[in-house]
Design a protein around this ligand. Structure first.
Ligand code: 6PG
Length: 235
């Protein structure tokens, strides 16, 4: 359901009853994008969101009818933790989805955040250089309006494809994140935002506050998938 919430001319908000509705809508968009990319170019380059919101969509993708051999997966950000740490975004995606489908391992590109912010960012820059533009980027949003690991009031080096992040307000403090411009280098950008805790940041976005999530500006329209709780719609 399109919504009357106004986030700006290049943002298309869609409101669903609940997290399940957002997850199902996200899966439909992802599979449509995959089908179009595979038909047009024989490959589908997708950047995965971290955090907990996308987990439901990842679980639903396990049963998708698609040619997994054509998928190339990247991550929007990663926490600087050991490779098998359950708090890693890569581990969440593996457990919910990737361990249960046949995407060739060489086509899943986790951020080597176990190397630490600077080394990991440098290594991932080489990977990203070969991948952009993406076909689709998935992102979440934090309660402060952060996205990936781009946090309010943080300064980043212009021109970097991948940033080393320190002092992140959301633990762990050391992270690695694709840059604003890298996240925007995509044919489609889909934002998944659910839960009443995100209402404040969404209202600030509508009011025109320069939040990191609002700074990701692809050439195409941003598809913002919300549930009623995040949109502040009380039945
Ligand atoms: C991370 C994520 C982060 C996340 C938001 C929302 O590493 O934590 O990349 O940007 O998307 O914080 O997190 P939730 O989906 O858990 O609310």
């Amino acid at each position: 359901m399109n919504s009357s919430l106004e986030f700006g001319p290049d943002v298309n908000p869609f409101i669903y009853d609940d997290m399940q509705g957002v997850a199902e809508a996200a899966v439909a968009l992802i599979l449509n994008a995959a089908s179009a990319a595979i038909s047009a170019r024989g490959i589908f380059h997708l950047v995965l969101a971290g955090g907990s919101t996308p987990q439901l969509a990842y679980r639903l993708l396990v049963n998708a009818d698609t040619d997994w051999s054509r998928w190339q997966l990247y991550f929007g950000d990663e926490r600087c933790l050991p490779v098998d740490d359950p708090e890693r975004n890569s581990v969440m995606a593996q457990q919910a989805w990737l361990d249960h489908v046949t995407i060739p391992l060489r086509q899943i590109h986790p951020i080597p955040a176990e190397l630490g912010p600077e080394q990991g960012a440098a290594a991932y820059t080489a990977v990203i250089k070969e991948a952009i533009p993406f076909d689709m980027v998935l992102l979440g949003m934090g309660e402060d309006g952060h996205t990936a690991s781009l946090f309010p009031k943080h300064q980043h080096n212009e021109g970097e494809l991948v940033h080393a992040i320190h002092n992140a307000p959301k633990p762990p403090s050391d992270r690695i994140s694709l840059s604003r411009d890298t996240l925007a280098a995509t044919r489609q950008l889909v934002l998944l935002v659910t839960g009443s805790s995100k209402q404040g940041a969404l209202q600030q976005w509508i009011a025109g506050k320069k939040l990191p999530v609002a700074s990701i500006r692809p050439d195409s329209t941003v598809e913002l998938l919300l549930d009623k709780q995040a949109a502040g719609i009380v039945e």
